[in-house]
Design a protein around this ligand. Structure first.
Ligand code: MN
Length: 351
């Protein structure tokens, strides 16, 4: 058998080993499994063509096959990296098929070995499979949220923990139903826009961009809102945040007065938002009458107060001022300080 043909056969087997290994080590999402299936077909097809070439003693097609194998190899490396990222992203989903998988502790992407002695680079122009980092920490740190993969953050306390200021029933509706709906609809908008990019059909672009803004703003603001409150909250901020408040607003009392007034006077549903401006390098209090219309796009929200009626109507009816007054007792300043500390690291050219 021709040596290069044999290498192609070995390469085809190597690819199928990898696929088998990926399938066994951890169930992948539907999207990755679809790609995996395609790769499997391609590896098999190239292997079969290589064996036919040898049988016919006709190697005219060999260079083309080698070229194709090289391309497939590159794509497969990319896929493996993606699979590793995706695996990090999908802990909950993947547990459903857990009976199908062996020991979870086995590092899934490292093996099997890339049979280097069988594919010498000098003979076959296929790059040696790259080594994947043994530690997953760097991947975890930079982990992006995939298209349509936002999740509802759990409450950091019990549903009744904020009583008597916010009641349990409101928290259930607000978190489980309303915030979940933002998450679901944001995911739908992202997926629909991805579909549009694939098909090139942007007929509904205006609708999905609105959905993206409305639900994205809703998801992100609520994600800040929940940990900004705590049964151990209340009191006044400390540290650098206290200094920044005093520096810009004059005093904590002055800040609180303005924030409460701003929240109370937001027309219709909306938010009161304490932000840090990386450009002006100072704090500011903003309101968002419709949260999709946030006007200062280059600021970082630090403390947010939901004054949509759904946030307080059960307990306070139309008395928004009473809700705001009670809310100060559960503001969790350590979380706000943490966001402030992180936000301070951003610095944009002052204008
Ligand atoms: Mn809300």
């Amino acid at each position: 058998m021709d040596e290069q043909t044999k290498h192609l056969l070995d390469w085809s087997q190597w690819g199928r080993q990898w696929i088998e290994h990926l399938r066994k080590s951890k169930p992948l999402g539907r999207e990755l499994e679809r790609h995996l299936h395609k790769f499997e077909e391609t590896f098999t097809q190239i292997g079969r063509k290589a064996s036919l070439l040898d049988a016919n003693k006709n190697s005219e097609e060999l260079p083309a096959l080698l070229f194709k194998a090289e391309e497939v190899q590159k794509q497969f490396h990319h896929f493996l990296r993606l699979a590793q990222l995706q695996e990090e992203e999908l802990p909950e989903e993947t547990t459903t098929a857990s009976e199908a998988q062996p020991a979870q502790s086995v590092p899934s992407i490292q093996e099997p070995e890339p049979i280097p002695e069988v594919i010498p680079d000098a003979i076959i122009a296929i790059p040696t499979p790259i080594a994947y980092p043994s530690t997953r920490e760097p991947v975890r740190v930079a982990r992006p949220v995939g298209v349509g993969r936002h999740t509802l953050p759990p409450l950091p306390y019990a549903y009744n923990a904020l009583e008597p200021y916010i009641d349990e029933a409101t928290m259930h509706i607000h978190h489980d139903k309303l915030h979940q709906k933002y998450v679901d609809d944001l995911n739908t908008a992202e997926r629909k826009l991805a579909e549009a990019r694939n098909s090139g059909n942007f007929d509904l672009i205006r609708h999905w961009e609105r959905e993206l803004a409305f639900n994205g703003a809703g998801h992100y603001l609520h994600t800040i809102f929940w940990p900004s409150m705590s049964p151990n909250g209340g009191g006044e901020p400390s540290g650098e945040l206290a200094e920044a408040i005093n520096r810009y607003f004059g005093s904590y009392a002055a800040f609180q007065k303005q924030f409460s007034q701003a929240a109370e006077k937001v027309e219709g549903p909306g938010w009161a938002i304490l932000v840090w401006s990386p450009r002006a390098q100072h704090l500011e209090i903003l309101t968002a009458e419709k949260h999709q219309n946030l006007s200062q796009w280059d600021v970082v929200p630090l403390l947010v107060l939901d004054v949509w009626e759904h946030a307080y109507f059960l307990l306070y009816q139309n008395q928004r001022d009473k809700y705001i007054e009670g809310w100060w007792n559960i503001v969790y300043w350590p979380y706000v300080l943490e966001r402030y500390t992180q936000a301070r690291k951003l610095r944009w050219e002052p204008h």
